[in-house]
Design a protein around this ligand. Structure first.
Ligand SMILES: Nc1ncnc2c1ncn2[C@@H]1O[C@H](COP(=O)(O)OP(=O)(O)OP(=O)(O)O)[C@@H](O)[C@H]1O
Ligand SMILES: [Mg+2]
Length: 224
C-alpha cells in the first residue's frame, strides 16, 4: 500500500474501484501556509459516490486545515475544491451549545438544513441510537459526557442526509463498542453512495477504506 499527498486508490479496498461513479469531492492542488510555514503543498483528493477516504498524518500535519478547506471554511492560498451535493462537516472540536439539549440541537440544525422539526428530532435520535446513544430528554449538552458530546457532534454532521461527509477525528472519547458502531455507520453511508472523508490516527481501518491521503511532510514531498 502506498500513501502520498495525492490520495491513492486502495488496491485492497472492500468496495473495489467505482471509477464510473460521480466524483462528489474534488480538491486539486491545495496549497496553504500560515505565515511562513507551508502546511499543505499541492494536495489532491478525489472522492466518488460510495467511497471512503482517510486523511492521516502526524499532529500538525495539516489534516484539519485540509478538511476545513474542503468544507469551505478556510480559503486555500492556491488550488480549488469542488463539492457536488449536500455537505456535512464534523469539526475536530465539538461545536455544540452547552445550554441546549441534544434534541434541541437536532431541531435547530435540522431545520437549518430544511428539515421539519419533528423529522429532524426523529432522524437525530435514529442516528444517535446507531452510535449506541439513547438520548435523554432533559440533559443539557454541557452536562453530557465527553464521548456523548462527541456523538452529538457526529449526529449533527450527518443530520441533513449529506452527500459528502467530512469527519475530523470523529470518535474522540468513544468507548470501544461505539467506535465499532461508528465504523459500521461509515460502511453503511458508503453503501448508500455517500462520499466520506475521515481524519484518523487509528490505522487499523486503513485497509478497508478506498483512499488514504497521508499529509506527513515527507509524503507531501514525495507526492509532488
Ligand atoms: N489559524 C492558524 N494560524 C496559524 N497557524 C495555524 C492555524 N491553524 C493551524 N495552524 C497550524 O498549522 C499546522 C496544521 O494544523 P492542523 O490543525 O491542520 O493540523 P492537524 O494535522 O489537524 O493536527 P492534529 O493531529 O493535532 O489535529 C499546525 O502547526 C497548526 O499550529
Ligand atoms: Mg486536527
Amino acid at each position: 500500500m502506498r500513501y502520498s499527498a495525492r490520495a491513492e486508490q486502495q488496491l485492497g479496498g472492500t468496495s473495489g474501484p467505482p471509477s464510473g461513479r460521480d466524483v462528489l469531492l474534488h480538491a486539486h492542488g491545495i496549497v496553504k501556509s500560515y505565515g511562513r510555514r507551508r502546511v499543505l503543498d499541492g494536495v489532491d483528493l478525489v472522492v466518488r459516490a460510495g467511497e471512503v477516504a482517510a486523511i492521516v498524518g502526524s499532529n500538525g500535519a495539516g489534516k484539519s486545515s485540509m478538511l476545513k478547506i474542503c468544507a469551505g471554511l478556510l480559503a486555500p492560498d492556491k488550488g480549488r475544491v469542488t463539492i457536488s451535493g449536500r455537505l456535512g462537516y464534523c469539526p475536530q472540536n465539538a461545536g455544540v451549545m452547552g445550554f441546549l439539549t441534544p434534541r434541541e440541537h437536532f431541531t435547530l440544525f435540522g431545520t437549518g438544513r430544511g428539515m421539519g422539526g419533528r423529522d429532524a428530532d426523529r432522524r437525530g435520535r435514529e442516528l444517535a441510537s446507531k452510535l449506541d446513544w439513547s438520548v435523554a430528554r432533559g440533559t443539557l449538552a454541557k452536562d453530557l459526557s465527553g464521548g456523548t458530546r462527541q456523538k452529538l457532534n457526529v449526529v449533527l454532521s450527518a443530520l441533513g442526509e449529506p452527500d459528502v461527509l467530512l469527519l475530523d477525528e470523529p470518535y474522540q472519547g468513544f468507548d470501544r463498542g461505539s467506535y465499532v458502531d461508528f465504523w459500521q455507520n461509515v460502511w453503511g453511508w458508503r453503501d448508500q453512495g455517500k462520499a466520506i472523508v475521515v481524519v484518523t490516527h487509528m490505522l487499523n481501518q486503513l485497509d478497508q477504506v478506498d483512499h488514504v491521503l497521508d499529509l506527513s511532510p515527507r509524503k507531501q514531498e514525495a507526492g509532488r
